[in-house]
Ligand binder design. Structure first.
Ligand SMILES: C[S@@+](CC[C@H](N)C(=O)[O-])C[C@H]1O[C@@H](n2cnc3c(N)ncnc32)[C@H](O)[C@@H]1O
Length: 289
C-alpha cells in the first residue's frame, strides 16, 4: 500500500520551518521529554509517530539516563524521516539504536509493523488524520501493557507581533489566526473519509482505552527583542499564515501582510526589535493497562 498523508500538505517543504520551531522550543520542551522518560524501564523502546524533523527524539536521546534504548521514528514523509534519522542518530551516540519506519499513522495495521513500546509519542500529527479517535486506538495498541501514550495537541496559539505594526489596521495577528482557524477547519473537512471527534483530547484518550489520563502545558516564551532565529521564524510563520489565509483576509490586510514580509519595505518584520514568541503546547498522556 502506498504511504501518504491525508491533508494535502507538502510536509517536506516545511522542513526549514519545523527546524526553526524545534530550535526555539527545545529548552522548555526538554523538561517535557525528561518528564515522559521518567519511570520508563531500562532500555526502553520509544516510538516517535509523525516525527517530522525529529526534534523531540533528539531531546529524548539527550535525556536518556542510560544506554540501550531503541528509538523508532515513524512518518509518512520520507525526506523528513531521512533528516530525523540523521539528527537523532547524532544525538543518541551509542545510547540508543535509531530506526525509521515509513508508514501512515491512519493505518490500523501499524501495531504489526512496529515493536511494542514503553513510550508512544505523537506530536501534532493526529489532527491531520481522517479519524482521530481511530488513530488514538491505534496509538494505544502500539504501547505495551503499562506503556505510556503521549500526544501533543491543542494548547494556546502562539503570538509574536505587537498589536500596532505602524502599517495597516492594528490587530492583524488576531485576524491571521482567525483566518488560519478557518483554513484548518476546511483542511479537515476536505480530508477524504473524515470523521468528526466532537470532544476533547482527554475524553478521546479515555475512549481509546487508556488509564490515568492527564495533561500538562509547556510554556514557550521568548521575550522581545529575541534572536535573529526568532525574527526569521516569525517572518516564515506570518508568510505561511498569509498564504493559507488567502482571500479570507481583507484586501487591506493582504497589502499589510505583503508589506511586512518584504525585506525592501521599511515595515519589514525581520528588521523589528519588538517581536516575541508566546504560546503553550499541551501534552495529553494516558497509560495502557
Ligand atoms: C506538524 S508536523 C509535526 C512534526 C513533529 N511531530 C513536531 O511536532 O514537530 C506533522 C508531521 O506528521 C506527518 N504526517 C502527516 N500525516 C501523516 C500520516 N498520515 N502518517 C504519518 N505521518 C504523517 C508529516 O509528514 C509531518 O512530519
Amino acid at each position: 500500500m502506498a504511504v501518504h498523508t491525508h491533508d494535502d500538505i507538502d510536509w517536506a517543504e516545511r522542513l526549514r520551518s519545523l527546524r526553526m520551531a524545534e530550535a526555539l522550543d527545545a529548552e522548555p520542551t526538554r523538561a517535557a521529554a525528561h518528564r515522559l522518560l521518567e519511570g520508563l524501564p531500562d532500555r526502553p523502546t520509544i516510538l516517535d509517530v509523525g516525527c517530522g524533523a525529529g526534534g523531540m527524539s533528539v531531546l529524548f536521546a539527550e535525556e536518556l539516563a542510560s544506554a540501550g534504548a531503541r528509538i523508532v521514528l515513524v512518518d509518512a514523509t520520507e525526506p523528513l524521516l531521512v533528516e530525523a534519522h540523521r539528527v537523532v542518530t547524532a544525538a543518541a551516540g551509542d545510547k540508543a539504536v535509531v530506526e525509521t519506519v515509513h508508514a501512515d499513522v491512519a493505518d490500523g495495521g501499524l501495531p504489526e509493523k512496529l515493536p511494542p513500546a514503553d513510550l508512544v509519542w505523537a506530536s501534532r500529527v493526529v489532527h491531520h488524520l481522517p479519524d482521530q479517535q481511530a488513530a488514538l486506538h491505534t496509538l494505544a495498541r502500539l504501547a505495551r501493557p503499562g506503556g505510556l501514550v503521549a500526544i501533543s495537541e491543542g494548547g494556546l496559539d502562539f503570538n509574536c507581533l505587537p498589536w500596532d505594526l505602524g502599517i495597516g489596521r492594528p490587530g492583524i495577528e488576531g485576524r491571521l489566526l482567525a483566518a488560519r482557524g478557518e483554513w484548518f477547519a476546511e483542511m479537515r473537512a476536505g480530508i477524504p473519509g473524515v470523521v468528526p471527534m466532537p470532544y476533547g483530547w482527554n475524553t478521546a484518550l479515555r475512549q481509546a482505552g487508556l488509564d490515568d489520563v492527564d495533561s500538562f502545558g509547556v510554556l514557550i516564551h521568548h521575550p522581545a527583542p529575541g534572536s535573529e532565529l526568532l525574527r526569521e521564524f516569525v517572518v516564515e510563520r506570518v508568510r505561511w499564515f498569509a498564504d493559507v489565509a488567502g482571500d479570507r483576509l481583507t484586501q487591506d490586510d493582504r497589502e499589510t501582510a505583503a508589506a511586512v514580509l518584504d525585506p525592501a519595505n521599511p515595515a519589514f518584520l525581520g528588521a523589528r526589535q519588538d517581536l516575541f514568541l508566546l504560546g503553550v503546547k499541551t501534552v495529553h498522556c494516558g497509560r495502557r493497562s
